[in-house]
Design a binder for this molecule. Structure first.
Ligand code: ZN
Length: 244
């Protein structure tokens, strides 16, 4: 009995204390309780309750307004920046970093009824992201090679683009992004082999830093038969028309 009333009191106390706690703190506490990671390129949708994304938008707007204030921009009188804090908050949460806050795309898998066992290449898929170092745009293309077997699940071509969009819609590091995408495709389709090549321009190199407009970063992930079979790897790489 005593235990119960103690627990009740704790519960009442904590909900009272909840008032005024920023929603980001509540979400963070849930993630920490579950001992999960919340790096910039992690998806945290399972820890966000209905209605909280709207509150998060208010919070990010406030903080973004603080950044503009700290940059000594007169947002009260400057007609161009009056609504910038909200626009940037919306852009981050609802558009460019949406892949952190929403659950993954629905991917319907079909059995490989035709017993497809030939190399299949999807691409180029245009991908848009931002680097987690500067939050500068990263824009590029990816090509995906899939080597199916009789147990591989077949998914619609557009689903590859949806999965890429979800993974790239987070502040990313290109090397980690391709690994995350490979893990996701691997999990959904279970192929014999999987290859991904990504080529992208990093605006943190073009707009700032070394200001090199032409440099691109290319990286790849090879799994399964693509790792074991150099001929297959060569075939895949020769079939993707890069450097357009
Ligand atoms: Zn950067």
């Amino acid at each position: 009995m005593l235990m119960k009333s103690d627990a009740d009191m704790t519960k009442a106390d904590s909900s009272d204390a909840d008032v005024g706690v920023p929603v980001s703190v509540k979400i963070r506490e849930r993630i920490q309780q579950a001992r999960k990671r919340f790096h910039s390129n992690d998806n945290i949708a399972e820890f966000i309750e209905p209605g909280e994304l709207e509150k998060l938008l208010e919070e990010v707007t406030d903080k973004m307004q603080g950044v503009l204030d700290a940059m000594v921009i007169d947002t009260e009188n400057d007609h161009n920046t009056g609504d910038t804090a909200r626009r940037v908050a919306k852009m981050y949460l609802n558009e460019v970093f949406r892949g952190r806050y929403v659950t993954g795309p629905e991917v319907t898998e079909f059995p490989n009824a035709e017993h497809l066992n030939e190399l299949m290449i999807v691409g180029p898929i245009t991908v848009r992201s931002a680097c987690s170092h500067h939050l500068c745009p990263v824009i590029g293309k990816i090509w995906i090679g899939v080597m199916p077997n009789e147990h591989t699940n077949v998914i619609g071509l557009s689903k590859y683009a949806r999965m890429a969009e979800w993974i790239m819609g987070r502040p990313q590091i290109q090397e980690e992004a391709v690994v995350q995408l490979a893990d996701l495709i691997q999990e959904k389709t279970q192929p014999d082999g999987l290859a991904i090549v990504m080529e992208a321009s990093h605006y943190c190199m073009a707009w700032r830093g070394v200001k090199d407009m032409d440099s691109r970063m290319i990286n790849s992930v090879m799994r399964g038969v693509f790792l074991k079979d150099p001929n297959l790897r060569r075939e895949f790489l020769s079939l993707i028309p890069r450097r357009s």
